[in-house]
Design a protein around this ligand. Structure first.
Ligand code: NDP
Ligand code: OXD
Length: 311
């Protein structure tokens, strides 16, 4: 049996409907809304399960994360780390993240935040763009599955694209920087720094005052990964000093972003509510059905969390 523990009754019901069609051989149950015996649960599909819940399921064989990031699951100290943990995947997640990154870069380039403010004030004023995309380099921190998908979209708009990751990557047309030794060289070229890193102890607070000063003057930041990567007071200081020209933020330490956060009203910040890449539920259900079919056939699993790397 697969049990779904998602973001509320309606979401769980939709997941169950899609999965029933796509994995007809499997019993699918909505946790909390249908009769489920813990001992019957072989697979759990979850976003942020309550601490201890996964560990309490005696016959669990695999956990599938509703998100591409798994920190909501691994932050539970008791999560069953001996079991396979698969993070959400599928074609549409990459497409949507690429779209978000491209939109964020264009929003920064064409002063979307400034025009939104002027419109709210009913003011007709030119805010000319100083550069075109061809003048700018986008540096993607975390050149993994999603980062690589954003590359051709950004290149299509005219940006030069470079990437930084732990290991060297071969992504067509995007120069690859690897490891801490090459971070400074990568940052020095990044007119727009896009964070697509996973949340791990090494990447926590990585976008801090020290890192921001190594970006070119007038650079901008896009964070579509996790709030934990960004030290918000350091970002605000760099925006207010004029060193940074703008930021587009989709993820935050506390979500929803608290009403009293200074980010909401900052004139150089665009806030979106963790929507960078939410693939349609049917597409994600297709991925889940494929993962379970692979598991049951003994085939290698896609997007498998590696407890040694921590992502
Ligand atoms: P991947 O695991 O495919 O890629 C992660 C990349 O980060 C890899 O290139 C990896 O390098 C690099 N990396 C990891 N740790 C370090 C480090 N310490 N130093 C340098 N590079 C590092 O992840 P995805 O691309 O699929 O997803 C990235 C993140 O995006 C997710 O973890 C999630 O948090 C976030 N996300 C946000 C969404 C949203 O809606 N806002 C939606 C989906 C995902 P290497 O390969 O060399 O190890
Ligand atoms: C995430 C997601 O991990 O939405 O943030 O997939």
């Amino acid at each position: 049996m697969l049990v779904v523990k998602a973001e509320g009754r309606r979401a769980q019901q939709e997941w169950c409907e899609h999965l029933t069609t796509l994995a007809p051989w499997l019993a699918i149950r909505s946790h909390g809304f249908e009769e489920v015996r813990d001992e019957d649960i072989a697979y759990a599909l979850a976003w942020d399960p309550p601490p201890g819940w996964l560990a309490s399921l005696p016959n669990l064989k695999m956990v599938i994360s509703i998100g591409a990031g798994v920190d909501h699951i691994t932050q539970d100290p008791s999560w069953p780390r001996h079991l396979p943990l698969v993070r959400m995947g599928g074609e549409e997640i990459g497409q949507r993240m690429g779209e978000y990154v491209a939109w964020a870069c264009l929003n920064l380039l064409r002063n979307g935040q400034g025009f939104a403010r002027l419109q709210a004030e009913r003011r007709w004023k030119h805010l000319p763009a100083a550069n075109t995309a061809r003048d700018l380099t986008v540096g993607i921190m975390g050149m993994g599955t999603l980062g690589a998908r954003a590359v051709p979209m950004l290149q299509g708009l005219g940006y030069t694209v470079i990437g930084w990751s732990r290991g060297r990557k071969t992504v067509e047309g995007a120069e690859s920087y690897a490891g801490s030794d090459e971070l400074d060289a990568f940052l020095a070229r990044s007119d727009v720094l896009v964070c697509l890193l996973p949340s791990t102890p090494e990447t926590s607070g990585i976008i801090n005052a020290g890192l921001l000063t190594r970006l070119p003057a007038g650079a901008a930041v896009v964070n579509a990964a996790r709030g934990a990567h960004l030290v918000v007071p350091d970002l605000i200081a760099a925006l207010d000093s004029g060193h940074l020209s703008g930021a587009v933020l989709d993820v935050f330490d506390t979500e929803p972003l608290p009403e009293d956060s200074p980010l909401w009203a900052h004139p150089k910040v665009t806030v979106t509510p963790h929507v960078a890449s939410i693939a349609r539920r049917r597409e994600r259900a297709r991925f889940v059905a494929g993962v379970i079919a692979d598991f049951e056939a003994g085939r290698p699993l896609p997007n498998l969390y590696d407890p040694i790397r921590g992502y």
